[in-house]
Design a protein around this ligand. Structure first.
Ligand code: THU
Length: 137
């Protein structure tokens, strides 16, 4: 397997954060999803005046990838922060973890990035242990 460029993926998530449409929460999130074939899909959070239709950055990236025929992933980077504030480590919400579970193996690498060089890495299995997924049906 090719070596993953964590900094590149973190930077792609940070860049995607700039596209965030978040007038209600004013919390901007970007994600970058690395496919096994090397392609990177990015996404941002997209909010709604009706609130609940809001889509998180991770799901935006995932839906873009899957809708273009990509279902195998090696890593996802996430960057989030309140508008204008110092970035902190932003972890994927429960809905995004469950949505990723559909396609992610336990060894998918999850990178939560403050900057391109200041990030934490986790395995997906760490973030969603004892999970329910396609293999359980
Ligand atoms: N958000 C994400 O995009 N990803 C997460 O994993 C956490 C939350 C978004 C949803 C909403 O637009 C804003 O951040 C505040 O919750």
């Amino acid at each position: 397997m090719e070596k993953i460029d964590y900094e590149q993926l973190a930077q792609a998530a940070i860049d995607a954060k700039a596209m965030s449409y978040s007038p209600y929460s004013k919390f901007q999130v970007g994600a970058a999803l690395l496919c096994k074939n090397g392609k990177i899909y990015t996404g941002c959070n997209i909010e709604s005046a009706a609130y609940s239709p809001t889509n998180c950055a991770e799901r935006t990236a995932l839906f873009k990838a899957v809708s273009e025929g990509n279902r195998e992933f090696t890593a996802i980077a996430i960057a989030g922060a309140p508008d204008g504030a110092e970035p902190n480590y932003c972890y994927p919400c429960g809905v995004c973890r469950q949505t990723l579970k559909e396609f992610a193996a336990d060894d998918l690498i999850v990178i939560v990035a403050k900057t391109a060089t200041d990030y934490r890495t986790h395995s997906f299995g760490e973030l969603l242990p004892y999970s329910f997924g396609p293999d359980d049906l």
